[in-house]
Design a protein around this ligand. Structure first.
Ligand code: ZN
Length: 443
């Protein structure tokens, strides 16, 4: 059936002033000013009260951390003591708790206008061996498109790494399970609901061999590669002391310098490294909230984009953000970007581009991230009915500048997943009660 989403109050797309027509999972027609659909439609949705964006894409998160937000042992600390305080708590997580953490994170993201999310899951402590299987089930249950990353940690404290000994796995187990989940779930075709990416946690927590084996695996299975990179100066010092090279050299040696890779944070690059990353097409996920909360620094977004690197946005983990709101990340990116580059240098359209097209490029996808004919029908629709928007003039700028937080309607692959600000098929108060109860175990 053809559905016409008609006469939006505003839409972030060229030539779609009278809306767009959706058939199946895709946009099949844009309707320009003064026009009407070229063929009869089976249904019409009146969007006169809605500002319409392409579905927002979150390219870095740690869903399991929703159970340890604002944790008294970790708040008000720098990254390394923050991590040292939380890692032993996360090591206690059980499958049922992980499932409810993921369900909450997915729901929270979707309510903020997110239609595709990448989650970096690297905790496979005893009992959590099927974490990726749980995550795929939960994404499908809610209808979120995902790149589920099979994370890994193999280098623990006894080997000079950062994580505690009981939450790492040996490299053969990691590689075998990565191959298992790739075969089970990875769909490289356009329109895929689930893709798998391979994601060693960081240079602090895996060996050089695992970095290189991960790249080889990604090449064999045609999937993306992900890691935390250049997040702190401690990481740079660790790489120089341990391997005699800087983090970007480390990933280059491992075969990561290609559009297959996107890295989270990307703060401490020098100018020469920015040029190399741009020429290689390595994507950078800018995580403004976590970078500010943990005082990590400011990602050189403008230089990276100018060099040719895709720049996307991520909310990052719910213990460092401590929220999972992708529209909030858009606003944060605008503010921190202006602090670095000046008020006219980072516009609302720049940060919306990062959260849509830029994020899609990070994930290696050309089928999402824009409202255009032939692309997937993933949409985030907001109303301006709240006090925060009253008196606003430019509707699209208002979403960013006045701080939109909650989408009124969200569509993924042509299906409504949020209607009137509520997730379809989810008992939200029941979910919150269950999640709060699960979090009690980590107090
Ligand atoms: Zn992270």
């Amino acid at each position: 059936m053809r559905l016409w989403i008609k006469d939006p109050h505003a839409i972030l797309a060229e030539g779609a002033e009278r809306g767009r027509v959706i058939e199946g999972t895709r946009v099949v027609e844009l309707v320009g000013r003064g026009g009407s659909p070229s063929a009869p439609v089976g249904a019409t949705f009146d969007a006169a009260g809605h500002v319409v964006l392409p579905g927002l894409i979150n390219t870095h998160h740690h869903f399991y951390q929703t159970l340890t937000r604002a944790h008294p042992r970790a708040i008000n600390q720098d990254l390394l003591p923050w991590l040292a305080a939380l890692a032993p708590i996360w090591a206690r997580m059980k499958p049922a708790q992980l499932r409810i953490a993921m369900r909450l994170a997915l729901t929270e993201l979707m309510l903020s206008g997110c239609t595709t999310a990448a989650d970096h899951h690297y905790v496979f402590s005893p009992g959590l061996e099927n974490a990726i299987d749980i995550e795929v089930e939960e994404a499908r249950r809610l209808g979120m498109r995902m790149t589920v990353t099979r994370g890994s940690m193999s280098l623990s404290q006894k080997d000079g790494g950062l994580p505690p000994d009981d939450i790492v796995q040996d490299e053969e187990t990691i590689l075998a399970d990565s191959e298992r989940v790739l075969k089970l779930f990875h769909d490289p075709r356009p329109g895929a609901d689930i893709r798998i990416a391979i994601a060693p946690c960081s240079p602090f927590s895996v060996s050089r061999r695992l970095m290189a084996e991960s790249a080889a695996l990604a090449e064999r299975h045609d999937c993306q590669l992900h890691t935390h990179l250049c997040q702190t100066l401690e990481e740079e010092q660790f790489c120089i002391q341990t391997y005699g090279m800087r983090p970007v050299d480390l990933i280059e040696e491992a075969g990561w310098m290609s559009p297959r890779a996107w890295v989270a944070h990307g703060i401490h690059f020098n100018a020469q490294e920015i040029g190399r990353l741009g020429r290689a097409g390595v994507g950078i996920c800018h995580c403004p909230a976590a970078d500010m909360v943990l005082a990590l620094g400011i990602c050189p977004t403008k230089e990276l984009e100018a060099a040719g690197a895709p720049v996307g946005l991520g909310v990052d983990g719910s213990a460092s953000n401590d929220s999972s709101n992708i529209m909030e990340a858009v606003r944060h990116a605008l503010m921190i970007g202006r602090l670095r580059y000046g008020a006219s240098a980072v516009t609302h359209l720049d940060v919306l581009r990062w959260a849509t097209e830029g994020s899609a490029r990070c994930l290696g996808r050309g089928d999402i991230g824009r409202i255009a004919v032939g692309l997937e029908a993933d949409l985030a629709m907001f109303t301006l009915a709240e006090p925060r928007f009253s008196g606003a003039h430019d509707p699209i700028a208002a979403l960013v500048l006045c701080g939109a937080h909650r989408a009124d309607r969200v569509m993924v692959a042509g299906q409504w997943r949020v209607i009137d600000g509520a997730p379809v098929g989810v008992d939200l108060s029941g979910l919150l009660a269950e999640h709060r109860a699960a979090a009690q175990a980590f107090a």
